[in-house]
Design a protein around this ligand. Structure first.
Ligand code: AHR
Length: 484
């Protein structure tokens, strides 16, 4: 039962703080956040969620990741919060098997997907496909295998480095001299041709690079203010100590190991306190307005998990140290509610007001944990009554709360009239997909994709705290909502 006193006290406190903080500001209208819709990780859930490449282009985020199948699949979304529910589309049928770590890169107005597969019993090698135009969704033509190591040798985790007007391919391979899985770099004479075999620029020699197995892989370039960093994953992915290290370009020849200086310590690693293990195999992307740099990485939620399909994609904003090096921080807990990247579209929240009760859909008692209740309360500008509508495929919407970062959810996949509505970690499932159907006069019904039932002012409540349930769609005022 809600403690009205608590709610009012919180509201009063919030209003007081707001009043003080806005003493010199204009009238506290509903804040239209520059940040995007709030979200919680994982940004993309299993199974195709390891080794993510996430890039922002022309109004959409485009996402690819390891599939373990013979296909490269891609999804896109206008917001990070909508990524998990976005439909997967097959963009390349590789003809190989267990596709790993696709890397998406635009070169000369064409998109290139670099990925590794095994083929007809041969070594796992890096293949590349080229888009027909500037649409990351393709169509793609496979341009073949890159000849990166002698004797058609094993080579994975390719990613492009653009430096001083030339293109290079970073990748991971076993060094013939010591069999250490190391970072290599090869010149590209064109996006699908290596001009020479790769040269080694980093081997796993420091102790933090050799836990559960000595590995350097998953390289990704990061450049800022004329400085070039190669960030990469170290130690073996089959344990919790997989982490991110960094090289800086300090020489004059990208193909020479001597041109790269390795940081003595990792820059991103497990956080037992936050329940994040083996964070790595990442990519970086910028916010839609270009003001922020974010990291997308995979991680496990248990120290006992490894390189399989338990690894989910998480994203968080990075910052920069005073010395100009990237500061990746600590991997965030899955419960952390994050504002979306700055400049995302649809970042204007709406209120959802019931026609019969004239009350607003509300994150009851400011809860931010999965299972949080949804009730109706006296309409206000509080963020618990701010909802983000994220368009999904086929006209369905994800509806997420600005305060909790959680999604409006048909609890326990119910289908009977009276079924409960809750807030749950956004997962893109049908229970969190809603169809908004106008009924005229500025009102709409909201129908759940799984239950087929309508969002309903339960028992015609009219007092703050009135329940919200799902009911057979009757098109009455209890099921009419003004979304604005
Ligand atoms: O996830 C498959 C492979 O495992 C990736 O290519 C590599 O980075 C990781 O070790």
């Amino acid at each position: 039962m809600r403690k009205p006193l608590l709610r009012r006290a919180l509201s009063l406190a919030a209003a007081t703080v707001l009043g003080l903080s806005l003493a010199v500001a204009v009238h506290p209208e509903r804040a239209f956040a520059a940040p995007g819709p709030s979200f919680t990780n994982p940004a993309v859930d299993v199974p195709n969620s390891a080794d993510p490449t996430l890039t922002y282009y022309n109004g959409y985020y485009y996402y690819v990741a390891t599939t373990w199948s013979s296909d490269v699949v891609m999804r896109r979304s206008q917001t990070i919060s909508g990524l998990r529910g976005a439909a997967e589309q097959v963009v390349v049928r590789t003809g190989g098997n267990t596709m790993w770590a696709p890397h998406l890169e635009m070169i000369n107005n064409r998109w290139y997907l670099y990925y590794s597969v095994e083929q007809s019993g041969g070594a796992r090698r890096t293949h590349v496909a080229e888009s027909a135009g500037t649409d990351p969704l393709g169509p793609y033509t496979i341009r073949g295998i890159l000849n990166l190591m002698p004797n058609n040798g094993w080579a994975i985790d390719a990613a492009v480095l653009k430096l001083n007007g030339a293109n290079y391919l970073m990748f991971s391979a076993f060094a013939p001299s010591d069999n250490l899985q190391s970072l290599y770099i090869a010149p590209l004479t064109n996006p699908w041709t290596a001009g020479a075999f790769g040269t080694r620029i980093s081997a796993p020699t420091l102790s933090w690079e050799t836990q559960n197995g000595a590995v350097n892989e998953g390289a990704f370039a990061l450049q800022r203010n004329g400085r070039t960093f190669i960030t990469y994953s170290a130690s073996h992915c089959n344990g919790p100590n997989y982490k991110i290290g960094m090289l800086e370009y300090t020489g004059s020849n990208p193909l020479a190991a001597s041109s790269w200086t390795k940081s003595l310590n990792p820059i991103f690693q497990r956080s037992d306190a936050n329940g994040v293990y083996g964070p790595g195999h990442h990519s970086f992307f910028t916010s839609p307005d270009g003001t922020e740099t974010w990291i997308a990485y995979h991680a496990n939620s248990s120290a006992s998990q490894g390189c399989g399909t338990t690894r989910t994609t998480r994203v968080q904003k990075i910052s920069w140290n005073a010395d100009g090096t990237p500061h990746l921080g600590v991997p965030a807990a899955l419960s952390t509610v994050q504002p979306g990247p700055s400049g995302e579209p649809n970042a204007t929240p709406v209120e959802i007001r019931n026609r019969h009760s004239n009350l607003c859909l509300d994150d009851y008692n400011f809860v931010t944990t999965p299972g949080a209740e949804v009730r109706q309360w006296t309409c206000s500008t509080a963020t618990v009554q701010d909802w983000y509508l994220t368009p999904l495929a086929d006209g369905w919407y994800q509806i997420s709360n600005r305060h909790s970062g959680l999604c409006l959810d048909n609890k326990d996949f119910a289908t009977a009239p009276g079924s409960v509505v809750q807030q749950w970690t956004c997962n893109g499932l049908a229970v969190q997909q809603w169809r908004i159907t106008s009924v005229g006069s500025g009102y709409s019904t909201l129908t759940n994709r799984h239950s087929g039932l309508c969002l309903d002012d339960y028992n015609w409540g009219t007092s703050p705290g009135a329940e919200v349930r799902q009911w057979t769609c009757l098109n009455n005022n209890a099921q009419h909502w003004r979304i604005a």
